[in-house]
Ligand binder design. Structure first.
Ligand SMILES: NC(=O)c1ccc[n+]([C@@H]2O[C@H](COP(=O)([O-])OP(=O)(O)OC[C@H]3O[C@@H](n4cnc5c(N)ncnc54)[C@H](OP(=O)(O)O)[C@@H]3O)[C@@H](O)[C@H]2O)c1
Ligand SMILES: *[C@@H]1O[C@H](CO)[C@@H](O)[C@H](O)[C@H]1NC(C)=O
Ligand SMILES: CC(=O)N[C@H]1CO[C@H](CO)[C@@H](O)[C@@H]1O
Length: 368
């Protein structure tokens, strides 16, 4: 085998997934690895040394903590741009949820730096930023953007969709349970029987287990699902029937927050007041059960009908959304021209540092 081309890797955001990613990256045997981890940036510190790459999973944290260099993304942009050449690639891993970092993608990609990220902001926000990213990636020496981990964490969702589109299949509809939190809540709440636990108690337990955001309204508003649907809808480029989503806010999203609890400042107060709405959710569960159905919070990209929507829908108790989900699993069904009668289904854990980092590293391997 020819000696591998050099791929310099810089990471911005070194939290849970970032740390797990570094461990997975450094566990690739160095002799076979084209990757050289040369830069780390947190909100307070940064490290950069392209002649002395980071190789130790045990010391990078203390090295970063000991650094006197402040984060400086314009400087990092210059340093990385200088390394791009026909024999050397540069990949920037954005492991933040920052809009500011996302806004730099067009600059980086135009400079030939490939951007790999689980951060949904750039691909689900203002269409202008997204279009700049796509345009930059199409220039002669532009870098690539790889965002598998933005939907379903490590599950092969974005790549599967890109392959379906690139090979000429026609997407009819994509539907799925895209939020691990919503998955857990409705797997517990609605099992097909008319009775079951109170909605508020399921939400309270999910929060105690750390499955929700500190303020559960941040999950129940459906925005996370709307962002993921926006990413998928924009990837289905041939589908002119789909509305041009200005941003994820244009997705028809049916929030589960009772109007009376809109804008409650703390998660504690929200959870304390939620029981007043248990009867409403119980009635929906009973009505679904009477029809042999369960409730699931789903996202749908309906190409045929030109609709992108997120909300509570009913599925028969024999449907995979009712029978095959456990815990906080995600499940995504692709209905296409080729996958006509039997849709392509992707299912499994849709959150967690290890699987998310795997999705990011899988993207990085595509550059090698
Ligand atoms: N965890 C999962 O299962 C999962 C799954 C799929 C996607 N994601 C995505 O992964 C991303 C990160 O998740 P998160 O919720 O943990 O985000 P987060 O709490 O905001 O953590 C991001 C990390 O990035 C750093 N950071 C933030 N802004 C920065 C900036 N401007 N410059 C440099 N570093 C910066 C923070 O550094 P400091 O430590 O220095 O403050 C923090 O460690 C998000 O986009 C999320 O949506 C996560
Ligand atoms: C990078 O590391 C090399 C080797 O340890 C060292 O000689 C050099 O001074 C470092 N460069 C910077 C900018 O810290
Ligand atoms: C996908 C990814 O790498 N995200 C992680 C980045 O760092 C934060 C900070 O703790 C983690 O929580 C994210 O999951």
């Amino acid at each position: 085998m020819a000696s591998p081309q050099k791929i310099y890797v810089a990471i911005v955001g070194v939290g849970l997934v970032g740390s797990e990613f570094i461990n997975q990256l450094l566990s690739i045997p160095p002799l076979n690895s084209p990757f050289h981890l040369i830069s780390l940036t947190s909100t307070t510190r940064s490290l950069f040394n392209h002649t002395n790459p980071i190789t130790s999973a045990s010391s990078w944290k203390s090295d970063l903590a000991a650094s006197v260099d402040r984060p400086d993304l314009p400087k990092l942009t210059k340093q990385l741009s200088a390394l791009v050449s026909p024999t050397q690639k540069v990949a920037l891993i954005d492991n933040t949820s920052s809009e500011d970092v996302a806004a730099l993608y067009p600059t980086w990609i135009s400079a030939g730096i490939s951007v790999i990220t689980p951060n949904k902001k750039a691909f689900s926000g203002d269409i202008a930023l997204y279009e700049q990213i796509v345009a930059a990636s199409k220039t002669v020496n532009g870098g690539r953007f790889l965002n598998e981990a933005t939907v379903g964490a490590g599950l092969p969702v974005v790549g599967t969709l890109k392959d379906l589109v690139a090979t000429g299949d026609k997407i009819v509809k994509i539907e799925g349970v895209f939020s691990g939190t919503m998955s857990y809540i409705f797997n517990e709440f609605s099992t097909g029987t008319p009775d079951g636990p109170a909605f508020s108690s399921v939400v309270r337990i999910a929060r105690e287990k750390g499955y929700t955001e500190p303020h559960p309204a941040d999950d129940l508003n459906g925005f996370d699902v709307a962002r993921k649907l926006t990413i998928l809808a924009r990837t289905v480029t041939h589908a002119s029937a789909l509305p041009a989503l200005q941003s994820f806010a244009a997705v028809q999203t049916a929030s589960l927050i009772p109007p009376e609890l809109e804008g409650i400042p703390t998660g504690d107060e929200f959870v304390a007041r939620l029981p007043a709405f248990d009867a409403h959710f119980a009635a929906m569960r009973a009505a679904a059960s009477a029809e042999g159905q369960v409730l699931r919070f789903v996202g749908v990209v309906d190409v045929q009908n030109g609709q992108v929507r997120a909300g509570l829908e009913k599925y028969p108790t024999t449907h995979p959304f009712a029978t095959s989900l456990g815990g906080s699993d995600n499940i995504i069904m692709f209905h296409t021209e080729r996958y006509g009668a039997r849709p392509l289904i992707v299912q499994g854990a849709g959150a967690g540092a290890a699987v998310t980092a795997m999705g990011v590293l899988g993207d990085l391997l595509k550059l090698a």
